[in-house]
Design a protein around this ligand. Structure first.
Ligand SMILES: Nc1ncnc2c1ncn2[C@@H]1O[C@H](COP(=O)(O)OP(=O)(O)OP(=O)(O)O)[C@@H](O)[C@H]1O
Length: 227
């Protein structure tokens, strides 16, 4: 499956947020979106999901224009930037709703084994994000959109989630944005930078310095971003 976003124009009142967007993602690949605060990354994911309506957009699924919002097709799983799971919900209810195996989860995240009956409100911000990210990632869906999945998550758990994303990508399209740019770069097969309302495809990581997204020397040493 291939999904493409094209020619998006998003305004809030007179303020232009996005114009000149092109993004392509396909099954088996992770697409990373980087960009400074306020560059429009969350808006872009919401537009793709269909929950934000811009002035103009073109979404193509396998080359055919998509006439309905993606969420109505029940094929996309979307992690919003802000809290997803309501406070009063018990962890077990979330797992039941998402049709996920608790034992499989605690095999990956042993620390959570006593949380089955716990309400979301009793978890730390990072613990909640691990559960939210995991449940969106593992849900049955052809397209997974992850907006800041690593927020407040400890390095050890980030590494575990990165491994799970790598496994899930074989059957899914995964689009991810996060300010942990080294982690996004590590995982991404294709990388876009969102700047001045436009997407720029990044072929060489030095371009991220040239576009003033990061200061020179901040990139983790690597041979290429697929390594
Ligand atoms: N509902 C709204 N009404 C008005 N302006 C908005 C609204 N939602 C977003 N914006 C503006 O649109 C711009 C892009 O917002 P968005 O949340 O997509 O940025 P972002 O790249 O995800 O930022 P961050 O990395 O800080 O989360 C911001 O300047 C924001 O203030």
């Amino acid at each position: 499956m291939i999904i493409e976003l094209d020619s998006i124009e998003l305004y809030f009142k007179e303020r232009r947020i996005l114009n000149g967007i092109y993004l392509k993602a396909e099954t088996g690949q992770i697409v990373g979106i980087l960009g400074r605060n306020g560059s429009g990354k969350s808006c872009l994911l919401q537009i793709l999901f269909g929950s934000l309506k811009p002035k103009y957009k073109l979404v193509r699924l396998d080359k055919k224009p998509l006439k309905r919002p993606l969420y109505t097709l029940n094929m996309a799983s979307y992690l919003p930037q802000h809290q997803l799971a309501p406070d009063h919900l018990k962890v077990k209810t979330l797992f039941q709703m998402m049709n996920l195996e608790w034992n499989t989860f605690v095999n990956h995240f042993e620390k959570f084994q006593n949380y089955y009956n716990t309400r979301i409100s009793k978890l730390s911000g990072g613990e909640r994000r691990v559960i939210e990210t995991y449940s969106i990632l593992k849900r049955e869906a052809a397209i997974v959109l992850l907006d800041e999945p690593f927020s407040n998550i400890s390095p050890l758990h980030i590494e575990k989630i990165k491994k799970l994303i790598e496994i899930e990508k074989s059957e899914k399209i995964i689009i991810i944005t996060d300010h942990y740019f080294n982690d996004v770069i590590d995982m991404s097969d294709t990388l876009y930078l969102l700047k001045n309302g436009c997407t720029k495809i990044i072929d060489n990581l030095e371009e991220l310095e040239d576009y003033n997204y990061i200061n020179p020397g901040k990139l983790k040493a690597r041979n290429g971003f697929h390594d």
